[in-house]
Design a protein around this ligand. Structure first.
Ligand SMILES: Nc1ncnc2c1ncn2[C@@H]1O[C@H](COP(=O)(O)OP(=O)(O)OP(=O)(O)O)[C@@H](O)[C@H]1O
Ligand SMILES: [Mg+2]
Length: 337
């Protein structure tokens, strides 16, 4: 077995939204919103890959594309060796059970008019479980999330956000998936229950041999629970690597700024402050060259604003999309010789 076996391979993935026509340079032109714009990376079996970046940078869109809840505009998605990019909903049936999502708002996972029991048994039925099997599976999973079967008779509005998120996890685990996208799974919850849900996800990942993509704004959480981290900016990936590399050998100026803005464990040990200047550009008008150059303190005029940086390998399992990383990449190659 390969040391790092791929579960997903994502190649040049794009999700564009046409936004209608508008006048530009005297002509009426189609406005295209580039929510995800040419992202290439792998997800390895058993890992928890954190995805971070400012609001609107395309994290949820990427997660939805991977699970094929929405169709990508371009690029490829290989799941467990099979190209699933162009599968329609019928073709996706066998993969649906393998790939599940836990959403930010647990209320969105349930039909408020039906009991939790009915909601869950319908999901089990959809995945082909007979009613006895379904009942057993739901009961078994409720034990894993420390909930009593009494909850099955209740409806969404009778439960707390934390309870519902546990049930959303049960819902996702019913078909015994291989891969889960957890999209900000605790950010809608009361702070007092956030840690419980995070610990639960962390434990279940191991118990059920899951691979996870964990989308979050909280860098501190990502640093603690993710094996690798991918940083997105304006629809693109700017840096990806093992967590210790991303936080200990940060390369991309954007990642540096994100980390500098994270609350400090030890405030007296202030790191160098990197302040992000200016507004995030619109995804309908992505800057030329490096997409981050308009806000980058280290921008090289005539290069970063013109040339799109390639993906440089700067250390073992650490890749960066930045012209400045070229030197680090060279040094890494030299050291390997
Ligand atoms: N269905 C849609 N139609 C048009 N634009 C969309 C659609 N869905 C998302 N977008 C746009 O795509 C971009 C990326 O959105 P997305 O929700 O993926 O960001 P995000 O990183 O998950 O943000 P947040 O951290 O706020 O959840 C945003 O500019 C958003 O407005
Ligand atoms: Mg989102």
């Amino acid at each position: 077995m390969e040391k790092f076996e791929k579960l997903l391979t994502i190649q040049d993935l794009c999700k564009y939204y046409p936004m209608g026509k508008a006048k530009k340079d005297g002509d009426k032109k189609e406005i295209i919103l580039k929510a995800v714009d040419g992202v290439t990376f792998n997800i390895f079996k058993g890992e928890n890959l954190g995805v971070v970046g400012e609001s609107g940078c395309g994290k949820s869109t990427l997660g939805r594309c991977l699970l094929k809840l929405i169709d990508a505009t371009d690029g490829k998605i290989i799941f467990n060796g099979e190209d699933i990019t162009d599968l329609n909903s019928k073709g996706m049936i066998q993969y649906r059970k393998d790939m599940q999502m836990v959403f930010q708002n647990p209320y969105s996972s349930f039909n408020p008019k039906k009991t939790i029991g009915k909601n869950l048994s319908e999901v089990a039925e959809f995945y082909g479980l007979k009613s006895k099997e379904a009942k057993e599976r739901i009961q078994e999973l409720l034990q894993y999330v420390n909930m009593d079967t009494q909850v099955l008779g209740r409806r969404c509005d009778e439960l707390s956000g934390g309870q519902l998120q546990r049930l959303a996890v049960v819902r996702a685990l019913i078909p015994n998936p291989k891969f889960i996208v957890a999209d900000e799974p605790v950010s809608a919850l009361d702070v007092s229950v956030q840690a419980q849900i995070l610990n639960l996800l962390y434990d279940l990942k191991d118990q059920f041999h899951l691979t996870m993509m964990f989308i979050s704004h909280e860098l501190t959480v990502v640093e603690h629970i993710c094996d690798r981290v991918m940083v997105m900016y304006l629809g693109g990936m700017v840096e990806i690597g093992v967590t210790e590399e991303i936080f200990g050998n940060t390369m991309h100026p954007y990642t540096k700024a994100l980390i500098a803005s994270k609350p400090k464990d030890f405030p007296e040990e202030e790191k160098e402050q990197v302040i992000l200047e200016g507004e995030v550009p619109s995804p309908t008008n992505v800057p030329t060259g490096c997409r981050f150059h308009t806000r980058c303190a280290e921008c090289i005029k005539g290069k970063c604003d013109v040339e799109i940086p390639p993906l440089y390998k700067v250390a073992d399992r650490h890749w960066v999309v930045c012209h400045k990383a070229k030197e680090a990449a060279k040094a890494y190659e030299e050291a390997r010789k």
